[in-house]
Design a protein around this ligand. Structure first.
Ligand SMILES: CC(C)(COP(=O)(O)OP(=O)(O)OC[C@H]1O[C@@H](n2cnc3c(N)ncnc32)[C@H](O)[C@@H]1OP(=O)(O)O)[C@@H](O)C(=O)NCCC(=O)NCCS
Length: 328
């Protein structure tokens, strides 16, 4: 899974042209990449103080720490001007956050950073690649369509305030012995492989554990694992006071909806047991019953995104699938 040392050719159509270098992101770039990421989103979203756009939520640092070789940088005249982060979940890849310094927008830098991650996806041979973006933005949709990603269903980002109270901590990855942890990874793989062949969350489970930014809930069934959820807890990708369900899935089949309700119960218990008062879960609206069930539990949308996929196929955004993820 190592990244190539060189990426796409600089864009031929952009004003920055041949001076642009796209290369692997390095440790010494991380602080500036984080600053540009906040400035770019804060500017795009029109936040009065752009740098405050995400509060203490972190995207750049945890993704770089998880897989430095999957992060790409755009450099112009020796200065970092943008970055992008690819993630591989087995046979599935996605990217983001993608950001470019605002004074250089519309000059081909973003396109070069998309091209770089697309070449990683091709090297990895993923079956399906995707991203989450702003559905109301012709520029964003147009940019990604240039690379074969097509808009599909909305992905609402949902949240729910959790009433304070004692909750018992559900079984989770961090509570297991080493050998049991290996078995748990295999059992999680069996769950996701049954949903989409080759889908594998090992990277996410291990990265969350190694960085101490969350835990993976394990939903035991009668004979096999019924489901699991990689949850980020507080500071990190979730942000203070929040449990962010980065990825959750249950075994498919006739009882999948029941398993899904149990898994969400367990995620809420995990959040409460860590003293967190808010839970965030994004779910693609093509997973109709999963979406409806979260709404039925009192979850409300705080932002809409749209998923774009390459090729333009459902992947694991299907009505029979009970998966929570938003690919942010
Ligand atoms: C989104 C972002 C990364 C794009 O970077 P950029 O350097 O401005 O993008 P580029 O100049 O490479 O490409 C913009 C593309 O949008 C296309 N575009 C712009 N308006 C368009 C429209 N109305 N319809 C279709 N395409 C459009 C342009 O044609 C261009 O493609 P081209 O190079 O083939 O002409 C940058 O604007 C940014 O950092 N935004 C804030 C953070 C953000 O939104 N990140 C992405 C979240 S998913």
């Amino acid at each position: 899974m190592s990244a190539p040392s060189t990426y796409a050719e600089p864009p031929s159509n952009g004003a920055v042209g041949a001076e642009l270098v796209v290369r692997p992101l390095r440790e010494e770039d991380v602080e500036e990449a984080d600053r540009i990421m906040r400035l770019a989103f804060g500017t795009y979203l029109g936040v009065p103080e752009p740098m405050e756009v995400f509060g203490d939520v972190q995207y750049v640092r945890p993704r770089f720490a998880a897989a430095p070789g999957w992060a790409v940088a755009a450099e112009l005249d020796g200065e970092l001007v943008g970055s992008n982060f690819a993630t591989r979940w087995g046979s599935f890849g996605f990217f983001g956050p993608l950001t470019v310094r605002p004074d250089l927008w519309d000059q081909g830098v973003g396109g070069a950073l998309v091209e770089a991650v697309v070449s990683l996806f091709e090297d990895w041979g993923v079956r399906q690649a995707a991203l989450f973006t702003f559905p109301q933005s012709p520029k964003h949709i147009g940019l990604y369509q240039n690379f074969g990603f097509w808009p599909q269903h909305l992905t609402p980002l949902l949240e729910r305030q959790l009433a304070p109270g004692a909750a018992s901590r559900p079984p989770s990855y961090s509570g297991l012995e080493d050998r049991q942890q290996d078995e748990a990874i295999g059992a999680c793989r069996t769950v996701t492989d049954a949903i989409f062949e080759g889908l594998d969350l090992e990277h996410e489970i291990l990265a969350t554990e190694a960085q101490g930014i969350g835990d993976t809930v394990l939903l035991d069934g009668d004979a096999e694992l019924d489901g699991f959820a990689v949850c980020h807890l507080g500071a990190g990708e979730a942000g203070s006071g929040t449990c962010f369900v980065k990825f959750a899935a249950v075994r498919p089949g006739p009882k999948a909806s029941v398993r899904f309700e149990r898994l969400v119960d367990a995620c809420e218990d995990l959040a409460r047991s860590h003293g967190l008062g808010r839970i965030v879960a994004g779910v693609n609206a093509a997973r109709h019953d999963a979406y409806r069930r979260l709404l039925g539990r009192g979850y409300r949308t705080w932002m809409e995104g749209v998923i774009m996929q390459r090729p333009n196929e459902p992947g694991f955004c299907r009505p029979d699938v009970y998966v929570i993820d938003d690919l942010r």
